[in-house]
Every structure is written in structure tokens, then in C-alpha cells.
Design a protein around this ligand. Structure first.
Ligand code: ATP
Length: 245
């Protein structure tokens, strides 16, 4: 049974407070300890890059903080509300209103135009921007009526970003958003994320295998074997166009 959600008395400055976050898949000798007690506070509006070898726990962390998966132990607070104690309906509310996801593969509906793909979300959101505004924000004002098959990989990913930001989420979770793109196209996609973060103040958590991308972050988190082994601020945040790999 779930515990009653605890609410902290004073609204915290941080957007997220995470304590002892633990995830174990399976049981007994075959159990996989994907997260081994993560402690972390994340401020509003930060651009945060998550690095770490394959299997280090990055996606598991993102999925739990994003409300897609349950923790085995530990707590996550979002704006002072304990996410790890919410029931399914409240978690759905959180996912629907507060957060968005961008994945490596764009998951656009092939039979719908860019505008219609974004409208799928704006039609069910509480206070959305228009699909046109969302697509303009990622530099696609001239591709609004194109179908995915008429767009490059980078353009399709920018449609996916427009779709993610159109409901004005507080947080964007991006799991390898440039993983399928060449470096030049990757920079254009990162530029769209950078723009959203700077203009709308959307807190952004971005998983990548590319350490160069960490230079565009305010904060770098490095995972190894389910633990947070490095957590540092980046005083000299660069714009994506300054990155080279
Ligand atoms: N649903 C699952 N069932 C069992 N084990 C899982 C499951 N999901 C992840 N794992 C295991 O948990 C560990 C952490 O996986 P996770 O996907 O979080 O790592 P990651 O750092 O995101 O890796 P990658 O960079 O390859 O995506 C791995 O050992 C993985 O095999």
C-alpha cells in the first residue's frame, strides 16, 4: 500500500529534492540494482546533462523522476509534493501537466502534418501555446504543413520538441535526443532545446553519451553503476553552436 503523500511545510527553492532514490529490478540473485540511493536537489530552470556508461542508471533515474516508473525505495519531491507517494491518478496529472519527454526516436504520427502532430497535445493540454508558436520556437515556421516523411531527421526531432513544449511543461526529460543524428543536425536540435530552456525557463534533463554536450549545461551529473559519482556546476555554459565533436 502507498503511504500518504508528504508535503513539505515550506515550499522549497528547488524544483526537485531527491533522497535515497533506489531501484532494484527483479529479486534474489538475479536482481539488478539500477539506482543505489541517489541524493540530489535540482533548481528550477536549469539545463542539466546526465552522463554515464551504458547501464549506469540514467534512464531509470529519468523514468522515475518523470513519473513513468516506480522507485523501490527513497523519495522524490516535486515543488514540495512527494511524487513517490502519489497514486496512479495523481501521477497521471503530474505527467500530463508538468513534464514532457523527448526520446531518441521521434514517434511522430506519419499520416499527420507537423502542425497536426503538435495539435494532438495542444488539444488536451490545459494552457497550451498554439502549434504554430511551438513550431516557430524550434525554427520550423516554414515546415508547419509538412508530413514527417517530408522532413529531415533533425526537423522531425524538432517537431517532437515542439510537441513536448507546446503544453508549457515545467520540465523536459530528453533521453538521447541527438542519438540518431549526425553532429551538425544534432547541434540544431540542441539549439532548439537551449532556446526553450532560455526563453521559457523549462527545466531540462538531458541524457547523452557525448561528453561534449555537457558543455551546454548549467549542471553535469555523472552516473556509474547506479550511483551519482559526479555532480558539478558548469560556470561557463556554452551555446550548442560553440560545441564541436
Ligand atoms: N525493465 C528492466 N528490467 C530489468 N532490468 C532493467 C530494466 N530496465 C533497466 N534495467 C537494468 O538496469 C540497469 C540500468 O539501466 P538504465 O537503462 O537505467 O541505464 P542507462 O544508463 O540509461 O543505459 P543506456 O545508456 O544504455 O541507456 C541496467 O543494468 C539495465 O540492464
Amino acid at each position: 500500500m502507498r503511504r500518504a503523500a508528504s508535503v513539505r511545510a515550506d515550499p522549497p527553492e528547488d524544483l526537485y529534492s531527491i533522497r535515497g532514490l533506489t531501484k532494484v529490478y527483479g529479486e534474489g540473485p538475479t536482481a539488478v540494482h539500477a539506482l543505489r540511493g541517489i541524493d540530489l536537489d535540482l533548481p528550477r530552470s536549469a539545463m542539466v546533462v546526465l552522463l554515464g556508461a551504458s547501464g549506469s542508471g540514467k534512464s531509470t533515474f529519468l523514468n522515475i523522476v518523470g513519473g513513468l516508473d516506480d522507485a523501490t525505495d527513497g523519495q522524490v519531491w516535486f515543488e514540495g509534493q512527494e511524487l513517490t507517494a502519489l497514486g496512479p491518478a495523481e501521477l497521471t496529472e503530474y505527467r500530463r501537466n508538468s513534464v514532457s519527454f523527448v526520446f531518441q526516436f521521434y514517434n511522430l504520427v506519419a499520416s499527420l502534418t507537423a502542425r497536426e502532430n503538435v495539435a494532438l497535445i495542444t488539444e488536451i493540454a490545459e494552457d497550451p501555446m498554439t502549434p504554430e508558436d511551438a513550431l516557430s520556437l524550434v525554427g520550423l515556421e516554414n515546415r508547419i504543413d509538412h508530413f514527417p516523411s517530408q522532413l529531415s531527421g533533425g526537423e522531425q526531432q524538432r517537431v517532437a520538441i515542439a510537441r513536448a513544449i507546446a503544453k508549457r511543461p515545467k520540465v523536459m526529460f530528453c533521453d538521447e535526443p541527438t542519438g540518431a543524428l549526425d553532429s551538425q543536425t544534432g547541434v540544431i536540435v540542441l539549439d532548439a532545446l537551449d532556446q526553450v530552456n532560455r526563453e521559457l525557463g523549462t527545466t531540462t534533463l538531458l541524457i547523452t553519451h557525448n561528453v561534449v554536450i555537457a558543455e551546454m549545461a548549467d549542471r553535469l551529473l555523472r552516473f556509474a553503476d547506479g550511483a551519482l559519482v559526479e555532480d558539478r556546476d558548469n560556470a561557463d555554459r556554452k551555446s550548442p553552436s560553440e560545441l564541436q565533436w
